[in-house]
Design a protein around this ligand. Structure first.
Ligand code: PMP
Length: 285
């Protein structure tokens, strides 16, 4: 990924893709003092771009890091990066982290906080699962308690178990893994939130120990506008058997139907298709 043409925004300047480097003694690399955003630009506009900038600042605060940029400055950095690359449609990745400083250890209060904004072309996150329904494994790793880690932050440290879960899933021929939380309730996938349908009503886990995704919030609003009854609640593993439809939401995943989770099967039904199409239309409007 590091050897390609393009321009990356780094700490206020546009640099050549191949020159966008950091030192090996970067604090974020050793101690996960890093937060990031995943966004999508459609037809020249980043969907909820400003909300993503605000979330980046909030995530940084949650891991005790003060970003030296306002949300408006982050918006401008993303625009500059997109313009420099000539992209109107792209996935956008902002990452803020503690760099290398005078100290190297757990404490990093004196290390500079850096910001990088890159982008690339990212098609369907789950490939052709978008049409057929993704196949999910069930992860052995549990989303941790909010007393263990600031779970509302989009922070690098929270993704260690996601990568491990996704690798295990891929080894079994699945596209992703569904994770339970520390209490045993259904939580989310490794980079996307989850929704279920039963008897025309929607059920989705309460976002009390995982990221309350911007796509999740958008889809909840869409369901509300359609008059669909939504239950945001704790969902037990044994309930999976009774759900008829399932989909995932996320910036990269958009709205992706799920066909299977472990031994449980779901149909790619009308409500799933409606919501996926409506989301597609909304982000491009
Ligand atoms: N959960 C996790 C763990 C994620 O990485 C993401 C992607 N950012 C989401 C949920 C969905 O968030 P959003 O809809 O804001 O992209």
């Amino acid at each position: 990924f590091d050897d390609r043409d393009g321009t990356i925004w780094m700490d206020g300047t546009l640099v050549d893709w191949r020159e966008a480097k950091v030192h090996v003694l970067t604090h974020g690399l050793h101690y996960a003092s890093s937060v990031f955003e995943g966004e999508r630009c459609y037809n020249g506009t980043i969907f909820k771009g400003h909300e993503h900038s605000q979330r980046l600042i909030r995530s940084a605060e949650l891991i005790d890091m003060e970003l030296p940029y306002t949300a408006e400055e982050i918006d401008a950095a993303k625009d500059d990066m997109l313009k420099a690359n000539g992209w109107t449609d792209a996935y956008v990745r902002a990452v803020a982290f503690r760099g290398s400083g005078q100290d190297m250890g757990v404490s990093a209060a004196r290390n500079p906080v850096r910001l990088v904004v890159a982008g690339w072309q990212w098609g369907n996150y789950y490939g052709d699962a978008k049409m057929k329904g993704a196949k999910l494994d069930i992860s052995k790793w549990k989303r941790p308690s909010p007393e263990t880690i600031p779970s509302q932050a989009k922070a690098a440290g929270l993704y260690m178990i996601c990568t491990m879960s996704k690798h295990a899933a891929e080894a079994k021929g699945c596209s992703d893994a569904m994770m339970f939380d520390y209490r045993g309730y259904v939580a989310e996938a490794t980079g996307a939130n989850i929704f279920f349908v039963k008897d025309g009503e929607v059920h989705t886990p309460t976002a009390d120990c995982f990221l309350n995704g911007l796509t999740r919030q958008t889809v909840l609003q869409m369901l509300h506008e359609r008059g669909v009854t939504v239950h945001e609640r704790h969902i037990m593993p044994e309930e999976l058997e009774g759900f008829e439809q399932c989909w995932l939401t996320g910036t990269a995943a958009e709205v992706t139907p799920v066909g299977q989770i472990g031994d449980y099967s779901f149909e790619v039904g009308q409500m799933t298709r409606d919501i996926a199409e409506a989301y597609e239309k909304l982000v491009r409007s």
